[in-house]
Design a protein around this ligand. Structure first.
Ligand code: DAH
Length: 338
């Protein structure tokens, strides 16, 4: 027998021991190595047959071998005795960890709800970009050069001569340019104005634009559709009224009020004692707008409206300050969790 042989046995054994998966497997290895007829027996035999001068060295080698194998066995034994990780440890009766679920932002929720109501009235959804041309945002909407909303103070102009749309009305222009009448669309989206933020103003906010163009559309259609919307959103008793107003892109123009859903029109804090809440600008599409998009104002008429989403959210949920909608305070937002 050579020293190399016992060295090789040692390597093989310690590898096998390290990989042993059970006490029984380990015991079998122990017997093979250190048992009465185990490898150690052969090694001891080799000592006896070695030349007397080598016996001392063999004795030491045999002891070292025995010890190395025993150490490996003990280590593996301890390993196997240690409680196993995850599965054996997993208590299925423990309650789970609570993970805060996100929720849709109230503005998104309201847009979804409003659009859902208009869909029931046969509207489809159109969209336009937030970066617009001066033409779509103002010129095609019959807004004169001198109109105050064109002012640098009120509208964000970009270096390339475009602007951040200050209302969703340019989507009307885009849609009519691309489609022939009849059209019946709502266009929800974000708008920008150079307003200093306070309780009721924000430099960006959302509107839902509405546009219905066909033969013989009238102001009665506008009132009927918005009254339907009001009842679906706020309840069956909510009334709708139109007040004369002015917008460059509509003639006649109106402001739309819904009766206060909180006090039922009696007057309260929400409606500032008036019994009514202003909810939209609207009117009959100005013939000049039709001309700008290539429609024949003699052939079709149409109504349009623009609803302020944040305003609607504030009224509906009793939110006293528009900035709450944009502070991203989870304590506020989580109240709207669905
Ligand atoms: N664009 C108007 C605004 O931002 C709202 C508006 C008024 C939209 C009348 C319309 C409309 O479509 O007909 O204040």
């Amino acid at each position: 027998m050579h020293f190399e042989t016992i060295a090789q046995w040692q390597t093989e054994l310690t590898t096998a021991i390290g990989a042993a998966d059970s006490g029984a497997e380990l015991e079998a290895l122990r017997i093979r190595a250190l048992g009465r007829n185990g490898l150690i027996h052969d090694i001891m035999g080799a000592i006896k047959t070695a030349p007397p001068g080598d016996r001392r060295a063999w004795g030491q080698a045999a002891n070292a071998w025995k010890q190395a194998v025993q150490t490996a066995l003990d280590a593996r034994q301890a390993d196997l005795a240690r409680p196993r990780a995850a599965p054996a440890d997993f208590d299925v009766t423990l309650p789970g960890y609570w993970r805060g679920l996100g929720s849709r932002h109230p503005v998104s929720q309201l847009i979804e709800r409003a659009v859902g109501i208009f869909r029931r009235l046969g509207f489809t959804v159109a969209e336009g970009p937030e970066i617009e041309t001066v033409h779509n945002n103002f010129d095609a909407l019959n807004t004169p050069e001198s109109h105050p909303s064109r002012d640098q103070q009120d509208t964000f102009y970009l270096a390339d001569g475009q602007l951040l749309r200050c209302h969703t009305s340019p989507v009307q222009v885009r849609h009519m340019q691309a489609h022939q009448p009849p059209v019946r669309i709502v266009a929800p989206g974000r708008c920008y104005r150079r307003d200093t933020a306070d309780a009721t103003h924000s430099a960006n906010f959302h509107q839902i634009e509405g546009l219905y163009v066909a033969e013989r559309v009238s102001l009665a259609d506008l009132k009927g559709d918005l009254a339907f919307f009001a009842r679906a959103l706020l309840g069956p008793d909510v009334k709708t009224r139109l007040r004369p107003h002015f917008f460059p892109f509509t003639e006649p123009s109106v402001e739309v009020d819904f009766s206060c859903h909180v006090c039922g029109g009696q007057g309260c804090r929400v409606c500032k004692q008036s019994g009514w809440i202003e909810i939209a600008g609207a009117g009959m599409v100005d013939p000049n707008v039709f001309r700008a998009v290539g429609y024949d104002p003699e052939a079709v008429t149409g109504y349009a409206f623009g609803l302020g989403i944040e305003r609607m959210a504030m009224i509906l949920y009793g939110i006293p300050d528009i900035r709450l909608l944009y502070d991203n305070d989870v304590r506020f937002l989580s109240q709207f969790g669905v």
